[in-house]
Write a protein that binds this ligand. Sequence first.
Ligand code: CO
Ligand code: CO
Ligand code: CO
Length: 345
Amino acid sequence: MKTDLLQMVESGGCSAKISPKQLEEILKYLPLPADSNILVDIDTHDDAGVYRVNDDLALVFTTDFFPPVCSDPYEFGQIAAANSISDVYAMGGDPVLALNIMMFPAAKLPMEAYAEILKGGFDKAAEAGVRIIGGHTIDDNPPKYGLAVVGYINPARLITNAGARPGDNLILTKPVGTAIILAAQRLGMADEKDILEALRLMKLLNKSGADIMKKYNVKGATDITGFGLAGHALKMARASNVSMHLKINEVPLIGKAYNLIDEGCIPGASFRNLEYAEKDVGFAPGLDYNLKMIAFDAQTSGGLLMSVSPEDTEKIIDELKAAGLTSASVIGNVRESDEHLVYLS
Ligand code: CO
Ligand code: CO
Ligand code: CO
Protein backbone atom coordinates (compact mmCIF):
# COMPACT_ATOMS: atom_id res chain seq x y z
CA MET A 1 0.00 0.00 0.00
CA LYS A 2 1.20 3.48 -0.82
CA THR A 3 2.17 5.56 2.21
CA ASP A 4 -0.20 8.47 2.91
CA LEU A 5 1.52 10.71 5.46
CA LEU A 6 -1.54 12.95 5.89
CA GLN A 7 -3.36 10.05 7.59
CA MET A 8 -0.88 10.31 10.45
CA VAL A 9 -1.35 13.92 11.57
CA GLU A 10 -4.05 16.31 12.69
CA SER A 11 -2.19 19.46 11.72
CA GLY A 12 0.86 19.41 9.55
CA GLY A 13 3.42 21.88 8.27
CA CYS A 14 3.74 25.22 9.99
CA SER A 15 0.16 24.87 11.32
CA ALA A 16 1.65 22.55 13.92
CA LYS A 17 3.70 25.35 15.48
CA ILE A 18 3.09 26.11 19.12
CA SER A 19 0.83 29.17 19.47
CA PRO A 20 2.74 32.45 19.20
CA LYS A 21 1.31 33.51 22.56
CA GLN A 22 2.63 30.45 24.39
CA LEU A 23 5.95 30.76 22.59
CA GLU A 24 6.40 34.35 23.76
CA GLU A 25 5.69 33.33 27.35
CA ILE A 26 8.30 30.59 27.20
CA LEU A 27 10.93 32.73 25.50
CA LYS A 28 10.75 35.23 28.38
CA TYR A 29 12.70 32.69 30.44
CA LEU A 30 15.41 32.15 27.87
CA PRO A 31 18.42 34.37 28.62
CA LEU A 32 19.95 36.18 25.63
CA PRO A 33 23.68 35.57 25.37
CA ALA A 34 25.66 38.82 25.38
CA ASP A 35 28.19 38.86 22.54
CA SER A 36 28.87 41.80 20.27
CA ASN A 37 29.21 39.43 17.32
CA ILE A 38 25.55 38.43 17.61
CA LEU A 39 23.87 40.67 15.03
CA VAL A 40 20.36 39.18 15.21
CA ASP A 41 18.93 37.11 18.08
CA ILE A 42 15.44 36.10 19.21
CA ASP A 43 14.79 39.59 20.58
CA THR A 44 13.35 40.72 17.23
CA HIS A 45 11.65 37.36 16.48
CA ASP A 46 13.48 37.23 13.18
CA ASP A 47 13.72 34.34 10.74
CA ALA A 48 17.23 33.33 11.75
CA GLY A 49 20.04 34.19 14.13
CA VAL A 50 23.05 36.01 12.67
CA TYR A 51 26.61 35.84 13.99
CA ARG A 52 29.50 37.98 12.73
CA VAL A 53 32.69 36.06 11.92
CA ASN A 54 34.57 39.07 10.58
CA ASP A 55 33.77 42.39 8.88
CA ASP A 56 32.82 40.72 5.61
CA LEU A 57 31.23 37.52 6.80
CA ALA A 58 28.41 36.57 9.12
CA LEU A 59 26.66 33.22 9.58
CA VAL A 60 22.87 32.99 9.24
CA PHE A 61 21.67 30.05 11.34
CA THR A 62 18.14 28.63 11.50
CA THR A 63 16.09 25.48 11.94
CA ASP A 64 12.52 24.43 11.14
CA PHE A 65 10.86 21.02 11.22
CA PHE A 66 7.25 19.87 11.21
CA PRO A 67 4.81 16.98 10.67
CA PRO A 68 3.63 16.11 7.14
CA VAL A 69 1.74 18.70 5.14
CA CYS A 70 1.05 16.36 2.22
CA SER A 71 0.53 12.66 1.50
CA ASP A 72 3.64 11.84 -0.50
CA PRO A 73 6.91 11.30 1.45
CA TYR A 74 9.17 12.67 -1.31
CA GLU A 75 7.07 15.86 -1.65
CA PHE A 76 7.01 16.26 2.13
CA GLY A 77 10.82 16.18 2.13
CA GLN A 78 10.96 18.80 -0.61
CA ILE A 79 8.51 21.12 1.17
CA ALA A 80 10.18 20.79 4.58
CA ALA A 81 13.58 21.59 3.06
CA ALA A 82 12.29 24.55 1.02
CA ASN A 83 10.66 25.90 4.19
CA SER A 84 13.79 25.49 6.33
CA ILE A 85 16.10 27.09 3.78
CA SER A 86 13.67 29.97 3.27
CA ASP A 87 14.63 31.58 6.57
CA VAL A 88 18.16 32.13 5.22
CA TYR A 89 16.78 33.69 2.03
CA ALA A 90 14.49 35.94 4.09
CA MET A 91 17.57 37.40 5.81
CA GLY A 92 19.32 38.04 2.49
CA GLY A 93 21.79 35.19 3.06
CA ASP A 94 23.20 32.48 0.82
CA PRO A 95 22.37 29.05 2.27
CA VAL A 96 25.38 26.75 2.27
CA LEU A 97 25.13 23.77 4.66
CA ALA A 98 22.39 21.83 6.38
CA LEU A 99 21.73 18.96 8.80
CA ASN A 100 18.68 16.70 8.62
CA ILE A 101 16.36 16.66 11.62
CA MET A 102 14.10 13.62 11.47
CA MET A 103 11.53 11.99 13.70
CA PHE A 104 10.31 8.75 12.18
CA PRO A 105 7.98 5.97 13.46
CA ALA A 106 9.94 2.92 12.33
CA ALA A 107 7.21 0.51 13.46
CA LYS A 108 4.41 2.33 11.66
CA LEU A 109 5.87 3.27 8.30
CA PRO A 110 7.95 1.39 5.75
CA MET A 111 11.61 2.39 5.70
CA GLU A 112 11.17 3.40 2.04
CA ALA A 113 9.01 6.30 3.23
CA TYR A 114 11.88 7.45 5.44
CA ALA A 115 14.29 7.23 2.51
CA GLU A 116 11.87 9.13 0.26
CA ILE A 117 11.52 11.99 2.75
CA LEU A 118 15.31 12.33 3.00
CA LYS A 119 15.65 12.11 -0.80
CA GLY A 120 13.08 14.92 -1.25
CA GLY A 121 14.99 17.05 1.25
CA PHE A 122 18.32 16.26 -0.40
CA ASP A 123 17.08 17.14 -3.89
CA LYS A 124 15.50 20.43 -2.77
CA ALA A 125 18.63 21.36 -0.83
CA ALA A 126 20.75 20.57 -3.90
CA GLU A 127 18.52 22.86 -5.99
CA ALA A 128 19.32 25.62 -3.48
CA GLY A 129 23.05 24.83 -3.61
CA VAL A 130 22.92 23.53 -0.02
CA ARG A 131 24.98 20.49 1.01
CA ILE A 132 23.41 18.25 3.67
CA ILE A 133 26.35 16.96 5.68
CA GLY A 134 24.71 15.06 8.52
CA GLY A 135 21.70 14.85 10.74
CA HIS A 136 19.91 13.08 13.56
CA THR A 137 16.91 10.74 13.80
CA ILE A 138 14.61 9.88 16.71
CA ASP A 139 11.98 7.13 16.62
CA ASP A 140 8.78 9.11 17.08
CA ASN A 141 5.21 9.30 15.82
CA PRO A 142 3.94 11.16 13.83
CA PRO A 143 6.94 11.74 11.55
CA LYS A 144 8.54 15.17 11.50
CA TYR A 145 11.23 16.46 9.22
CA GLY A 146 13.22 19.60 8.59
CA LEU A 147 16.69 21.05 8.40
CA ALA A 148 19.08 23.15 10.44
CA VAL A 149 20.63 25.48 7.87
CA VAL A 150 23.70 27.69 7.84
CA GLY A 151 24.13 30.49 5.32
CA TYR A 152 26.67 33.20 4.60
CA ILE A 153 25.98 36.91 4.48
CA ASN A 154 27.97 40.13 4.36
CA PRO A 155 26.94 41.85 7.62
CA ALA A 156 26.40 45.12 5.75
CA ARG A 157 23.82 43.42 3.51
CA LEU A 158 21.59 41.96 6.23
CA ILE A 159 17.84 42.00 5.63
CA THR A 160 15.90 41.90 8.92
CA ASN A 161 12.53 42.32 10.57
CA ALA A 162 13.83 45.68 11.82
CA GLY A 163 14.51 47.12 8.36
CA ALA A 164 11.05 48.35 7.28
CA ARG A 165 10.81 52.13 6.79
CA PRO A 166 7.75 54.42 6.72
CA GLY A 167 6.89 55.16 3.10
CA ASP A 168 7.91 51.69 1.89
CA ASN A 169 5.52 49.45 0.01
CA LEU A 170 4.94 45.85 1.06
CA ILE A 171 5.34 43.19 -1.59
CA LEU A 172 4.26 39.56 -1.12
CA THR A 173 5.78 36.99 -3.50
CA LYS A 174 3.46 33.96 -3.15
CA PRO A 175 -0.34 33.70 -2.83
CA VAL A 176 -1.81 32.82 0.58
CA GLY A 177 -4.09 29.97 1.69
CA THR A 178 -2.03 26.80 2.14
CA ALA A 179 -3.65 25.86 5.47
CA ILE A 180 -7.18 26.51 4.16
CA ILE A 181 -6.55 24.31 1.12
CA LEU A 182 -5.02 21.61 3.32
CA ALA A 183 -8.02 21.70 5.69
CA ALA A 184 -10.33 21.42 2.67
CA GLN A 185 -8.30 18.50 1.33
CA ARG A 186 -8.83 16.60 4.59
CA LEU A 187 -12.56 17.24 4.37
CA GLY A 188 -12.61 16.13 0.75
CA MET A 189 -13.71 19.61 -0.32
CA ALA A 190 -10.65 20.90 -2.17
CA ASP A 191 -10.30 20.92 -5.95
CA GLU A 192 -7.43 18.75 -7.18
CA LYS A 193 -6.16 21.79 -9.10
CA ASP A 194 -5.93 23.87 -5.89
CA ILE A 195 -4.14 21.09 -3.99
CA LEU A 196 -1.56 20.82 -6.77
CA GLU A 197 -1.07 24.59 -6.79
CA ALA A 198 -0.58 24.66 -2.99
CA LEU A 199 1.99 21.85 -3.29
CA ARG A 200 3.80 23.62 -6.12
CA LEU A 201 4.00 26.86 -4.11
CA MET A 202 5.21 25.13 -0.93
CA LYS A 203 7.97 23.38 -2.88
CA LEU A 204 9.04 26.59 -4.58
CA LEU A 205 12.29 28.00 -3.14
CA ASN A 206 12.30 31.66 -2.14
CA LYS A 207 15.65 31.97 -3.92
CA SER A 208 14.60 34.12 -6.88
CA GLY A 209 12.69 36.51 -4.60
CA ALA A 210 15.74 36.79 -2.36
CA ASP A 211 18.07 37.44 -5.32
CA ILE A 212 15.83 40.32 -6.41
CA MET A 213 15.71 41.74 -2.86
CA LYS A 214 19.50 41.75 -2.77
CA LYS A 215 19.77 43.38 -6.17
CA TYR A 216 17.60 46.31 -4.97
CA ASN A 217 19.25 46.53 -1.57
CA VAL A 218 16.05 45.80 0.35
CA LYS A 219 16.59 46.16 4.12
CA GLY A 220 13.42 44.71 5.65
CA ALA A 221 11.77 41.37 4.91
CA THR A 222 10.53 38.12 6.38
CA ASP A 223 8.97 34.94 5.06
CA ILE A 224 5.34 34.11 5.76
CA THR A 225 4.94 30.87 7.68
CA GLY A 226 3.05 29.59 10.71
CA PHE A 227 1.86 32.88 12.23
CA GLY A 228 0.18 33.95 8.99
CA LEU A 229 0.57 37.10 6.94
CA ALA A 230 -0.71 39.41 9.69
CA GLY A 231 1.28 37.61 12.41
CA HIS A 232 4.59 37.96 10.58
CA ALA A 233 3.79 41.55 9.55
CA LEU A 234 3.23 42.23 13.24
CA LYS A 235 6.68 40.91 14.16
CA MET A 236 8.23 43.11 11.49
CA ALA A 237 6.22 46.17 12.52
CA ARG A 238 7.27 45.75 16.14
CA ALA A 239 10.96 45.23 15.30
CA SER A 240 10.96 48.19 12.88
CA ASN A 241 8.87 50.43 15.15
CA VAL A 242 6.42 51.19 12.34
CA SER A 243 2.80 50.49 11.47
CA MET A 244 1.97 48.13 8.61
CA HIS A 245 -1.21 48.68 6.66
CA LEU A 246 -2.30 45.62 4.71
CA LYS A 247 -5.03 45.57 2.07
CA ILE A 248 -6.21 42.01 2.49
CA ASN A 249 -8.53 42.14 -0.50
CA GLU A 250 -5.44 42.67 -2.66
CA VAL A 251 -3.62 39.63 -1.31
CA PRO A 252 -3.45 36.93 -4.01
CA LEU A 253 -5.07 33.66 -2.89
CA ILE A 254 -4.63 30.04 -3.86
CA GLY A 255 -7.62 28.87 -5.93
CA LYS A 256 -10.91 28.78 -4.05
CA ALA A 257 -9.45 29.58 -0.61
CA TYR A 258 -11.88 32.45 -0.05
CA ASN A 259 -15.00 30.37 -0.69
CA LEU A 260 -13.71 27.39 1.28
CA ILE A 261 -13.84 29.54 4.44
CA ASP A 262 -17.61 29.85 3.94
CA GLU A 263 -17.75 26.07 4.00
CA GLY A 264 -15.95 25.88 7.34
CA CYS A 265 -12.38 25.24 6.19
CA ILE A 266 -10.66 27.32 8.86
CA PRO A 267 -7.73 25.56 10.52
CA GLY A 268 -7.34 25.86 14.29
CA ALA A 269 -4.00 27.64 13.86
CA SER A 270 -5.82 30.65 12.35
CA PHE A 271 -7.72 31.22 15.58
CA ARG A 272 -4.54 30.88 17.65
CA ASN A 273 -2.79 33.39 15.40
CA LEU A 274 -5.73 35.79 15.60
CA GLU A 275 -5.91 35.51 19.38
CA TYR A 276 -2.21 36.31 19.71
CA ALA A 277 -2.25 39.32 17.40
CA GLU A 278 -5.65 40.82 18.12
CA LYS A 279 -4.55 43.40 20.69
CA ASP A 280 -2.02 44.96 18.29
CA VAL A 281 -4.02 44.69 15.07
CA GLY A 282 -6.64 47.17 13.88
CA PHE A 283 -9.45 46.01 11.63
CA ALA A 284 -11.20 48.34 9.18
CA PRO A 285 -14.87 48.71 10.10
CA GLY A 286 -16.86 46.06 8.26
CA LEU A 287 -13.76 44.08 7.22
CA ASP A 288 -15.01 40.87 5.61
CA TYR A 289 -14.72 37.86 7.98
CA ASN A 290 -13.14 35.66 5.33
CA LEU A 291 -10.44 38.23 4.60
CA LYS A 292 -9.72 38.53 8.29
CA MET A 293 -9.21 34.77 8.59
CA ILE A 294 -7.06 34.73 5.44
CA ALA A 295 -4.74 37.26 7.08
CA PHE A 296 -4.11 34.75 9.89
CA ASP A 297 -3.96 31.57 7.79
CA ALA A 298 -0.78 29.66 8.76
CA GLN A 299 1.42 29.31 5.69
CA THR A 300 3.84 26.48 5.14
CA SER A 301 6.83 27.55 3.05
CA GLY A 302 5.06 30.82 2.21
CA GLY A 303 6.37 33.74 0.21
CA LEU A 304 8.62 36.64 1.14
CA LEU A 305 7.08 39.81 2.54
CA MET A 306 9.43 42.65 1.61
CA SER A 307 9.45 46.30 2.51
CA VAL A 308 10.59 48.20 -0.59
CA SER A 309 11.07 51.85 -1.53
CA PRO A 310 8.37 53.45 -3.73
CA GLU A 311 10.96 54.10 -6.51
CA ASP A 312 11.88 50.43 -6.79
CA THR A 313 8.42 48.93 -6.29
CA GLU A 314 7.41 48.60 -9.93
CA LYS A 315 10.80 47.33 -11.06
CA ILE A 316 10.86 44.71 -8.30
CA ILE A 317 7.33 43.52 -9.15
CA ASP A 318 8.30 43.25 -12.83
CA GLU A 319 11.42 41.24 -11.99
CA LEU A 320 9.55 38.92 -9.60
CA LYS A 321 6.96 38.22 -12.29
CA ALA A 322 9.65 37.63 -14.89
CA ALA A 323 11.23 35.13 -12.46
CA GLY A 324 7.99 33.14 -12.41
CA LEU A 325 6.46 34.64 -9.25
CA THR A 326 3.39 35.65 -11.23
CA SER A 327 1.27 36.48 -8.17
CA ALA A 328 3.81 38.92 -6.70
CA SER A 329 2.00 42.13 -5.78
CA VAL A 330 1.90 45.14 -3.52
CA ILE A 331 -0.39 44.28 -0.62
CA GLY A 332 0.07 47.30 1.62
CA ASN A 333 2.48 49.91 2.90
CA VAL A 334 4.55 50.94 5.88
CA ARG A 335 3.65 54.04 7.91
CA GLU A 336 4.95 55.93 10.94
CA SER A 337 4.02 53.98 14.04
CA ASP A 338 0.41 54.65 15.07
CA GLU A 339 -2.08 53.07 17.49
CA HIS A 340 -1.90 49.71 15.68
CA LEU A 341 1.20 47.80 14.71
CA VAL A 342 -0.81 46.25 11.88
CA TYR A 343 -3.98 47.57 10.27
CA LEU A 344 -6.07 45.32 8.05
CA SER A 345 -8.47 46.71 5.49
CO1 CO B 1 10.77 32.74 8.79
CO1 CO C 1 11.56 29.48 10.69
CO1 CO D 1 13.81 38.27 8.86
